[in-house]
Write a protein that binds this ligand. Structure first.
Ligand code: NAP
Length: 296
């Protein structure tokens, strides 16, 4: 079965760090409008981002211009229960993919975002206590009540994805995964093969290693910066983030990178990187800089 019943924009706007940007609602609105002007229409959230504050900050900005809602798709996630200072009933981080928690988390997200429906809901992390029948029941209830239009997962292995899919009426439309020159696991453990097999494009998180690719002092980060800088020169840019995005976009599973920056110029540069095509030797030079060795 093809999983393509929902089209993700080629790049996605990530709002994990929104609370750290200290923006006024007007500034967040300008950020949203900047994204939309670049064709970045999918807005990625999670209930827990910013200790449950980021969806609220986004909703407050969107409320200044509600007509923008029609131009975007809102993605959010549930299933993690962190032990935040604001959640004193929790003494440990844990997962909860119960029917009750999924439903109440979506109600909270709708309220915080000030919208009537979520376009895409993801289970944030695989939960060893996940009962696939119970998740399916929650998804069906959310679909039938018009609260969520599409469903997906994040950080799932192929077998975890298949298990949940086997209980669902509708296709899971994505697996949101960490994909970066600093994190190659999904390229080699079968996860991206599975995305390609089912034509289910992954959403790619932390493509820039959460910024660590620019600042990291590990041997891997240093090797990557050197190699990326050389390749960037050959493509007439001094912005290595563009080469990183081009490297991710070259993957045949067609990942959609989630941009994590709050800087308008960096966001524009990220989207322009779709024009950069790396040849195979450039692509494998980055792979080699990541692993520290040549392909066998
Ligand atoms: P990222 O793009 O790897 O990292 C963004 C960070 O890199 C920002 O702090 C940004 O700072 C910094 N940065 C960007 N360009 C830079 C440069 N040229 N020099 C120095 N620093 C630079 O992405 P991410 O924020 O880690 O993740 C992206 C999105 O993925 C999140 O917003 C969230 O939506 C999603 N996510 C999902 C999961 C999951 O489990 N599903 C996990 C993590 C993240 P500036 O703002 O100053 O540019």
């Amino acid at each position: 079965m093809s999983q393509q019943s929902f089209t993700l924009s080629p790049f996605i706007a990530g709002f994990w760090r929104l609370d750290s940007w200290q923006q006024s609602p007007q500034q967040t609105l300008a950020l949203i409008e900047h994204y939309l002007s670049l064709g970045v229409t999918c807005m990625d959230h999670a209930d827990i981002y910013g200790e449950y504050s980021c969806e609220n900050l986004f909703g407050r900005a969107l409320a200044l211009k509600p007509s923008l809602r029609q131009q975007m798709q809102i993605v959010t996630k549930c299933g993690i229960k962190p032990a935040f200072a604001s959640t004193p009933d929790r003494y440990i981080n844990y997962y909860d993919t119960s029917y009750q928690h999924i439903l109440s988390s979506v109600d909270n997200s709708l309220r915080a975002l000030q919208v009537e429906e979520i376009d895409l809901l993801l289970i944030h992390r695989p939960d060893p206590l996940m009962n696939a029948d119970e998740v399916a029941q929650a998804f069906e209830q959310l679909y039938q009540t018009g609260k969520v239009k599409h469903f997906g997962v994040s950080n799932f292995t192929p077998s975890q994805f298949d298990l949940l899919q086997s209980r669902l009426e509708r296709p899971l439309v994505t697996n949101q995964l960490e994909i970066s020159p600093m994190q190659l696991s999904a390229l080699h453990d079968g996860t991206l093969d599975h995305c390609q097999q089912y034509r289910c494009p992954p959403m790619a998180w932390s493509c820039l290693g959460g910024g660590g690719i620019f600042t990291g002092s590990s041997a891997q980060a240093i090797r990557l910066r050197e190699t990326l800088t050389q390749i960037a020169k050959a493509h007439d840019t001094d912005d290595i983030s563009q080469i990183i995005y081009a490297w991710v976009l070259a993957l045949p599973s067609q990942p959609k990178p989630i941009i994590g920056s709050g800087n308008l110029d960096r966001i524009s540069a990220a989207v322009t990187s779709k024009q950069i095509v790396l040849d195979k030797q450039e692509w494998f030079s980055i792979w080699q800089a990541s692993t520290g060795h040549s392909v066998p």
